[in-house]
Design a protein around this ligand. Structure first.
Ligand code: DGL
Length: 258
């Protein structure tokens, strides 16, 4: 494996890319942020599957020899289909995050995710298969995606208040582990953690990268990362700078709508 293709609807995938890059110093990466169609979480499954197909196709056209779906919503809607349809390895983030949550938790588990991820039942099925009698809470938190895409920082009142409102249903419950079941949400992990002191947070990108660490260590490329987007966004460019210290100015290429 030399070049790993990574896609998400937008900024969130950068949190997964960061986790992968840390464990794969020699791999090449090509990242696609589908900013022309973000957010994915408000759409139905067939629509998200068609977006995911075109994203993966683009990455393969750039020479990717493995695909990471750096998006919980697209993992829920498209992982099985892409695994069947493509000749390269395809990885998603939901099973690794659910497994990590069950490993860490001794009480209830909550999952913050997009509307489509919650509706898919993907986390619920995976968690119940791992621990059938567990206490689970599934929280649709779609508006956080738009705040993060607009570049609203996690310390802004708007962001904190939105997190507080979404987390209200689990206050006073015996939740000890919270899955950030959308790859955008690690960018608000400080705000979320301060609202839920003592609760362990699971980052789905970190969970996947942890499971792939051996494969990632052996990947052999030149350590390059190409950043592609389907539409320009200043918040995306700022997030690249923040999450990848070695990214050169102007390194984000706009490839147009897919
Ligand atoms: N980052 C995404 C996820 O992990 C998708 C957010 C969206 O586009 O709605 O679910």
């Amino acid at each position: 494996m030399k070049k790993i293709g990574v896609f998400d609807s937008g900024i969130g995938g950068l949190t997964v890319l960061r986790a992968l890059r840390r464990r794969a110093p020699r791999a090449d990466f090509v990242f696609l942020g589908d900013l022309a169609r973000v957010p994915y979480g408000v759409h139905d499954q067939p629509t998200i599957l068609s977006y995911a197909r075109s994203d993966a196709e683009f990455l393969l056209s750039q020479g990717a020899d493995a695909i990471v779906i750096a998006c919980n919503t697209a993992t829920a809607a498209a992982l099985d289909a892409l695994r069947e349809e493509l000749d390269v390895p395809v990885w998603g983030v939901i099973a690794p995050a659910a497994e990590e949550a069950v490993r860490l938790s001794r009480g209830g588990i909550a999952v913050m995710a997009t509307e489509a991820t919650v509706r898919s039942g993907s986390y619920e099925r995976t968690l119940r298969a791992l621990r059938p009698g567990g206490e689970y809470h599934f929280l649709p938190c779609q508006k956080l995606v738009s705040l993060i895409e607009r570049g609203v920082p996690e310390e802004a009142e708007e962001a904190v208040e939105q997190c507080r409102a979404y987390l209200a249903p689990i206050v006073g419950k015996s939740v000890d582990t919270l899955v950030l079941g959308c790859t955008h949400f690690p960018l608000y992990s400080g705000a979320i953690a301060s609202l839920l002191p003592g609760v362990k947070l699971v980052d789905s990108g970190e969970a996947l990268a942890g499971q792939l660490s051996e494969i990632l260590r052996e990947a052999s490329g030149e350590g390059r990362t190409d950043y592609c987007v389907t539409a320009r966004s200043e918040a995306f460019e700022r997030a690249v700078k923040r999450l990848d210290g070695s990214a050169a100015p102007g390194c984000v290429r706009c490839v147009g709508a897919l």
